[in-house]
Every structure is written in structure tokens, then in C-alpha cells.
Design a protein around this ligand. Structure first.
Ligand code: PLP
Length: 423
């Protein structure tokens, strides 16, 4: 199928050995959260067993060890996404990272951050542009920013076949645009967006760009410097890492000027009763005690992916995606959302089963050991665009194999007959 040794890779993921309802587990919900390799589980356990301490505080051996591994993890994650080490801010997840940018703009617009933060001020007469395919995490914070500042929210629409419609790009992203926030890959459609073209247009009009890299970071080679975005967000748990940890990438000079959102301990240089001076980025955004075990786990996850090679991972998932797409299309009564050309997407396929609600589809698949996601996948505007409220999504990862695809397709072929809908 491809150069990835899938059997060996699957052996690294203990959870994949379990059964569900007596069936082999076909885990096709990696778009929601990925399973974890043993090296990630071990890294967290080793840290907690041997070196646990709060970082950047205290001079004792454990504190020094914990701080070293905390900063080495930042370096590993930065390398993995093509960033400099001090351009990576730890957050709880991508949602928090995206909110951190949007609230940073709001704080600047309210006058915080002084002259340095002037470039983040938005207000009436300016626009914030998103896309119709955004996950709510990259939509709602921008709606909130617009509501707080009087800026206007606009969006790039979708084509019938699930791509961004860029025919009016120059009219929608214009001189009034302060921010262009867009997803690298749609979590529903799997569509890979033309980030270079969007960044290019934003640069022409002086808008800042925010990339939601949640669905690309574990599936495609990612080089944020090469993409030339200003900010980017991703979640550890979708990249084989732990929950509770994600990151915000920002160009260093922007991070140093963006007003912080969470304030308190560990992000300051001098505090008097009247006022506070903040540390430079990334520490100025990392108030409070940090989730060090999760950070160490995320570094193990990106090292694991890097060792396999992201080109290899992408090729493997492209082959899985092609098989999923062709297989779903071959079953009568299935309406696939998104491009029918597999090369335009990652290994994620969402579809509507004619005559059967997505939640029933999900339960039917589960009864056969297939874990798929059903619902609106936190993308209600996208579903509304296609005239539905919910869909079924199968999504792959490094460990997805042909048997997963076959098990899923065999179950899918029966679903409509099971619910009494003519095949
Ligand atoms: N953006 C996209 C494209 C996603 O798929 C997700 C999660 O499903 C998110 C943002 C939010 O990620 P998290 O829930 O980890 O913050």
C-alpha cells in the first residue's frame, strides 16, 4: 500500500488491541482525538515517576530537571512545526490558543499593551475574515471579537464540492481586513486549503493571518515559517499526544507585542501593588503552573511522528483516504461531502446516509466495532451550507490500516437495509 509498516506502527498503540462489543476495534475517529503510542504514555509516566516538579521556580534538582525537559519539549515541538523555540506558547488546546489571539486583539482594542499593541487594534470600519468551513473554535472567538470592537465579520464561502470559493477573495479580503483566520484542513471535508494563496492576499492588504492547524499537524508535513502565517494553533491530543496540551505559534515580534490574556504568576518581571511588567514571549502567555507531564508527552508524540517521517505519514493516510472515499461512494444512498478528488483532502471523509439519521448510523457502526464521529463536528455553518444538520465522519491517522477500512465499509453497506431504507 505504501512504505509505512502499518503492522509495526499498530503495535505501538496498545489501545488498538482492545475489542468493542466482541468485535475488532476499527478506530476511525482520529479527527476528534488520536490514540497514543506507548512512547507517549511512558514519557508522561517517567516524568511523573522521576522528575515531577513545577518549572521555572526553585533551585532544587527536580525543579531544574523539570524545567530542562519542559524547555526541551518546546524545542522539539517548534522543530516539528517549522518554528523557532520561543515562538511556541503552551496552551490547553487549539481552542485556547485561538481564543488567546482573539482576546489579545480585544485587549489591544481596549487600549491594553500601549503603542506596541497598536497593530492589533480593530474597530468599526475594519473586517475580520473567516471561512464557512471553520470549526467553531476558529469562528466563535472572532464573532466575539467583532461584537466587542464593532469590527465586521465576513467569510469566504464554500463551493458545492467542499472547497473554499476564492472567486471573490480580493473583494472579501481587502484593505479593511485586519485578520484573516482560516483552517489549513477542514475537520469535516478533509479539504486541504491553499494556505499560500490566502496568506499572499492577506499580506497584500496588510492583514494578519491566523492558521488553524488542528487537522494538518499530525497528517501533513507542516512548516509554519514556509507558510508565512502570523499565528497558528494546534492541539496535542490530535497529534498522538496527551489531552490538556496544545500550542499557539506566533511570529516572535508579534507575540512580544500582543497583550496577554491570562495574567498572574510566572509571566511577569516586576510587580508592584499598582502595576506589572510582563516577561517576553512565550512566558508572558503562560501564567500559572504548567502541565509539564502533558508537554513531555507531546514532545514524545512529535518525535515519534518525525521519526516515521511526515511525508511517509501523509502518503499512508492519502492511500487510506482514497480507499475510504472510493468505498463510501460505491455504497448506494451515500452523499459524500467535500471534494471527490482524493488528492485535495487528507484521509477524512464525511457523508450523509440517505434516509438514516447520522446518530443511528454511528450506533450501527459502533455495534460492529467501528468508531466513527456523528453530528455537526463543531461546524454548524458548514452543515447548513449543504442543507443538513449532521453527518457521519470517518478519519484516519498513522495507525489506520486496510482492515479498518474494510470493516467500516462492510458495516456501511448494511446500514440502510438495517433501518428499512431501500438499498
Ligand atoms: N479546529 C479544528 C479544525 C478542529 O478539528 C478542532 C477539534 O476538533 C479544533 C479546532 C479544536 O480543537 P480542541 O478541541 O482540541 O481545542
Amino acid at each position: 500500500m505504501d512504505s509505512l509498516e502499518t503492522a509495526r506502527v499498530r503495535g505501538d498503540f496498545p489501545l488498538l488491541e482492545r475489542t468493542v462489543g466482541g468485535h475488532r476495534l476499527a478506530y476511525l475517529d482520529s479527527g476528534a482525538t488520536a490514540q497514543k503510542p506507548t512512547c507517549v504514555i511512558d514519557a508522561e509516566q517517567d516524568f511523573l515517576t522521576r522528575s515531577n516538579a513545577a518549572v521555572h521556580r526553585g533551585a532544587h534538582t527536580l525543579a531544574v530537571e523539570a524545567t530542562e525537559v519542559f524547555e526541551a519539549s518546546r524545542e522539539a515541538v517548534a522543530r516539528f512545526v517549522g518554528a523557532d523555540t520561543d515562538e511556541i506558547v503552551w496552551t490547553k488546546n487549539a481552542t485556547e490558543a485561538l481564543n488567546l489571539v482573539a482576546y489579545g486583539f480585544a485587549n489591544a482594542s481596549a487600549g491594553l499593551g500601549g503603542a506596541d499593541a497598536a497593530r492589533f487594534r480593530v474597530g468599526p470600519g475594519e473586517t475580520i475574515v473567516v471561512t464557512e468551513m471553520e470549526h467553531h473554535a476558529n469562528l466563535v472567538p472572532w464573532q466575539q471579537l467583532a461584537a466587542r470592537t464593532g469590527a465586521r465579520l465576513r467569510w469566504l464561502p464554500l463551493t458545492d464540492d467542499g472547497r473554499l470559493d476564492l472567486s471573490d477573495l480580493d473583494a472579501i479580503v481587502d484593505e479593511s481586513t485586519a485578520v484573516l483566520a482560516f483552517t489549513h484542513v477542514s475537520n469535516v471535508l478533509g479539504t486541504i486549503n491553499d494556505a499560500a494563496r490566502l496568506v499572499d492576499r492577506a499580506r497584500q492588504v496588510g492583514a494578519l493571518t491566523v492558521l488553524d492547524a488542528c487537522q494538518s499537524a499530525a497528517h501533513l508535513p507542516l512548516d509554519l515559517h514556509a507558510l508565512d502565517v502570523d499565528f497558528a494553533a494546534f492541539s496535542g491530543h490530535k497529534m498522538l499526544g496527551p489531552t490538556g496540551i496544545g500550542a499557539l505559534y506566533g511570529r516572535k515580534e508579534l507575540l512580544d507585542a500582543l497583550p496577554p490574556v491570562l495574567t498572574g504568576g510566572s509571566m511577569i518581571t516586576t510587580v508592584t501593588l499598582e502595576e506589572t511588567q510582563f516577561l517576553p514571549a512565550p512566558q508572558r502567555f503562560e501564567a500559572g503552573t504548567q502541565p509539564v507531564a502533558q508537554i513531555v508527552g507531546l514532545a514524545a508524540a512529535v518525535d515519534y511522528l518525525a521519526e516515521t517521517g511526515m511525508e511517509t505519514v501523509a502518503a499512508h493516510e492519502a492511500a487510506i483516504g482514497e480507499a475510504l472515499l472510493a468505498g463510501v461512494r460505491a455504497v448506494p444512498g451515500m452523499r459524500v461531502l467535500g471534494p471527490l478528488d482524493a488528492s485535495l483532502r487528507i484521509g477524512t471523509v464525511s457523508f450523509d446516509v440517505e434516509g438514516v439519521h447520522a446518530h443511528d448510523v454511528g450506533q450501527f457502526l459502533d455495534a460492529r466495532g467501528v468508531a466513527a464521529r456523528v453530528g455537526h463536528h463543531c461546524a454548524q455553518p458548514l452543515h447548513r451550507r449543504y442543507g443538513i444538520t449532521a453527518s457521519t465522519r470517518v478519519s484516519s491517522a498513522i495507525y489506520t490500516d486496510e482492515q479498518d477500512v474494510e470493516q467500516f465499509l462492510a458495516a456501511l453497506a448494511e446500514v440502510r437495509a438495517f433501518f428499512g431504507v431501500a438499498a
